[in-house]
Design a protein around this ligand. Sequence first.
Ligand code: ATP
Ligand code: MG
Length: 159
Amino acid sequence: QQTVISDMLEEVVDRFSFQLRQKAITATVRVEPNVESVWLDRDGIDQVLDNLVSNAIKYTLDGGTISLTAARNDSGQLELCVQDTGIGIPKKDLARIFDRFYRVDKARSRNMGGTGLGLSIAQEIVRAHGGTVALDSEMGAGTSVTVLLPIVQEGSEPA
Ligand code: ATP
Ligand code: MG
């Protein structure tokens, strides 16, 4: 669908308003003026964003911050970024983080709930759309996930 990027990101935040308020987490949305609206599979990308924001909330302590940003990068791709000020992921786990059922440190994950599928599903969807997803994290400082998607068509429906 033709999608106004700022609407899409605000709506993700809205879907999580209860959990955000519960943990007193502040969510910010920033969209660079070089991407206003693009044509994309809204259901698929919403599912990706929901998985990423759900993780960001789950693994961020009360009072933290989550920022969602969008921009067109130098290669003309849509760059969506979900960044948190959470507990982070140990370097040794980064390589396996997108594996099915992989969860960092069973002890910390067990009382959080979840199956370890969120990131692998998100990656599958992004790849199916010709994009990539990358994760960077610093223990105790936070995590940022960057999704790159080709911009198929801007402004109007593809011919
Ligand atoms: P599910 O998404 O199926 O409910 P999950 O959140 O544990 O379960 P993934 O979303 O695949 O599974 O994430 C895998 C693991 O990566 C998590 O268990 C968690 O340890 C770690 N992780 C993911 N996102 C973050 C994040 N933003 N901050 C810290 N750790 C994260
Ligand atoms: Mg998850």
